[in-house]
Design a protein around this ligand. Sequence first.
Ligand code: PHE
Length: 444
Amino acid sequence: MSSTEKRGGFGGKLAAILAAAGSAIGLGNIWRFPYITSENGGGAFILIYLGCILLLGLPLLIAEFAVGHNTKRNPIDAFSTIRKGWGWLGAMGIFSVTLIMGYYFVISGWTLNYAISSATNAITGDYGAFFCDFTTAVWKPLLFTYLFILANHFIIIGGVQGGIEKASKVMMPLLFVILIVLAIYSLWLPEGREALGNVFTPDFSKVTGKTFLDAMGQAFFTLSVGMGAMLIYGSYFKDGTKIAGTAISVVSLDTIVALTAAVIIFSAGVADQSGMQLAFVAMPKVFSSMPLGNLWATLFFLLLGLAALSSTISMHEAVTSYFVEKRGMSRGVGAAIVTVVAMLLATGASLSLGAWDSYRVAGMNFFSLLDNFTAIVMLPVLGILTSIFVGWVWKKEDMRKELTAEGGVDAATYPVIRFLLRYVCPVLVSVVFVCGIVAFIRGL
Ligand code: PHE
């Protein structure tokens, strides 16, 4: 039996949308988007961000789904099936997503501790000190991180339909319900509405070159593009799943969640707190002064945890599929290798915030190194290469067939997507990438 015959797949269109939206909607939307927005001039940043999503993110997501769906293979074989000698592009994605797992799992583990601590009223006193004590400790953050990775492991060994699809069908509706409840509550508070107005009003004076860089990086990260995660999900789409339509649904859901998360956080009046501090220090503080504060805080961290879990399973699956299909391992063994590697990297990342903080490269501890290297170097490079592959390397006719299959993309829209992939993505992303590297080196 060939390896493609025994492949798993999603049961239907809804499952495909929920799983891919699960990958997209993550810490990037709820934790990162709000603070980058407030740092970069609020409404002005959102406009630029939406431009990046439409012109760069959406076409790249369509491209990645198409490569996966067309070949029904893991990221490495998918590229080399379409054009011999291009498997390295898939390998680069797998490498990058492995590095992302290294720090992403650590933050995911924190959400678990914060959800439990909020429910049991264990976060008291100085919220900044609580965060600092917890994240720089040795065992406690590691324990939660390992638990989170194990949750991933069990979902992944359940298979595509029995694990990923089932989990997405439970997690995503729950995530939407929590999000809506929190959003209604925050808009109900009068001071919330006022704070909101202030943040969403565009402040163009804060727009600089870096704003574009941040907007593009955020657009790529939030849509999980270039890393093989969306490619592998695309490869599990059932025949008849419309590639572009699914991508549009995923992008819409992802954008709605990011904007709603910003509403929730801005209305709490804490938008000027940046970085990790925003979700883990400022938010618990705000909740503590509200009636039923523990309930809101627990819901908020549950929301973050669910978003993180549905994203990390797509990262895990992208790498597991490599071991299963390319190395011929059983799903259990392949997943176990990924789980162990993720634990090792996450151990380094977690300890680098405390005990191992003195080991630094270019001034960065291991945690920031993983974050910055993937965000500043790998994401744009993979974006450029993927658009070049689909726009220039993939045979024109084959790509057209894939995108327009079963009435997918109509004759008028297809040339637009092709044009964006051939010219707009490679050129714009290259410009932003080079400027980003220069700015980063200057800032060192
Ligand atoms: N899109 C996820 C988020 O916004 C992160 C992610 C990146 C998921 C790469 C999979 C692959 O948090």
